[in-house]
Design a binder for this molecule. Structure first.
Ligand code: THG
Length: 371
């Protein structure tokens, strides 16, 4: 392909934009109306850093939607399918959000900063609009805003060593998804043990975008002895690990799905007294029994390149029985792997996909691939 995507003013630049350009970013994508590095031109080196060393990623496009005020907790419960009653300050949670038909509209990480102050660290859809409209229509006393917060992920088996070098030994006590308000020098940030990989790591939620270059340089310097490399959320690792990507694996506009379809059914709490958006619809769907489920796929044939864009999975009569939402060639497993959804009654069928002009046999695998 010879065309490019323009770095125009209709999308935002991250606090780390100049730093990633200086460090050789080779490709951007767009997420939450912001440019996000997609890779730095060395897929194998970037994968290796994540699996065996440490990588740093500009994930400022994971925007924060802040809910604050007397009704913030009430709004959080109404927006998410999980029971929020045992949420604690300092402990993050993975909280799917649905529309009134029970269709997934986002899968944020929630950070409870105070009794009346929360961040939704969102995937790629406009949750600030949604949340502020719901709050206003309900007459609830809560302010919805997008604060100046820019997450930077440090991921991989050596991430803890880098973060300890920067912050001190206390970071070892952070639990998975646990976080703490802190500073690096005088740079304000929230430090969390989280990130979109299964290799372990941390996210630094920078609270002053004018200090992005400085923070990037500090992490890079602290990581140098450990071989840190710039990278980006890694498609190969995330498919091997089975992590959900809202947008790729499901999106309201292009590939609508319920939490049950995409493997998040256990995060729908129908037995709680509190109401939440989509609860009635999801109860109906649960009663009827979900029609589809998330699955891994192995795709036969030569190593695949390019992107999936929700390819139909066909049975031997050519009937669509599922969707292949993303795929990669995995060097680790020496086969093409993908994730997607399959009709619950098609799991014994003989399945294939057509990519380019080529029909390829598809077999189902449970997720994650390395289990
Ligand atoms: N970190 C932060 N914000 C984010 C993401 C992130 N916002 C966008 C996107 N990623 C949100 N989606 C996810 C999807 C999966 C996970 C986190 C955010 C994840 N899942 C684990 C799993 O599936 O194994 C654990 C889930 C759980 O505890 O139940 O980590 O990465 N700040």
């Amino acid at each position: 392909m010879t065309f490019q995507i323009g770095i125009g003013p209709n999308n935002r630049k991250s606090a780390y934009f100049d730093a990633t350009v200086a460090d050789g970013v080779a490709c951007f994508s767009v997420y939450n109306h912001m440019f996000i590095p997609a890779h730095f031109g060395d897929p194998e080196g970037e994968y290796d850093a994540l699996m065996n060393g440490v990588a740093m990623w500009d994930v400022a496009a994971q925007r924060q939607v802040e809910l604050s005020g007397p009704d913030a907790a009430r709004l959080i419960q109404y927006l998410t399918t999980r029971d929020m009653s045992n949420t604690r300050i300092g402990q993050g949670r993975y909280v799917p959000m649905c529309d009134h038909q029970g269709r997934l509209i986002n899968d944020p990480v929630l950070l409870m900063l105070a009794q009346d102050r929360y961040w939704l660290s969102i995937a790629d859809s406009d949750i600030a609009l949604w949340a502020s409209a719901i709050a206003a229509e309900r007459g609830w006393d809560v302010t919805v805003a997008e604060p100046d917060v820019s997450p930077l992920a440090v991921q991989g088996p050596k991430a803890e060593a880098v973060i300890t070098a920067l912050f001190g030994d206390w970071v070892r006590d952070l639990r998975y998804f646990g976080f703490k308000q802190t500073q690096l020098g005088d740079i304000p940030l929230v430090l969390a043990r989280s990130g979109w990989s299964k290799q372990g790591g941390f996210e630094l939620y920078l609270q002053d975008s004018s200090r992005g270059g400085e923070l990037w340089a500090m992490v890079k310097a602290a990581g140098a002895p450990f071989g840190i490399r710039p990278g980006a959320p890694n498609d190969v690792e995330r498919i091997e690990s089975g992590l959900v990507s809202y947008g790729a694996d499901g999106r309201l506009q292009t590939n609508p799905c319920t939490p049950y379809d995409i493997g998040l059914g256990k995060l729908v709490d129908l037995e709680t007294p509190d109401d939440f958006i989509g609860k009635e619809a999801l109860r109906r769907i649960a009663d009827e029994g979900a029609q589809r489920e998330r699955s891994g796929f192995v795709i036969a044939g030569a190593p695949l390149t390019g992107a999936a864009h929700s390819i139909p999975v066909l049975d031997d009569k050519g009937q669509p029985r599922g969707v292949l939402s993303d795929y990669v060639y995995s060097k680790r497993f020496e086969v093409n792997i993908g994730v997607g959804m399959i009709a619950s009654d098609a799991k014994q069928a003989s399945l294939h996909v057509v990519i380019g002009d080529e029909a390829r046999k598809v077999t189902l695998r449970s997720l994650p691939f390395d289990s």
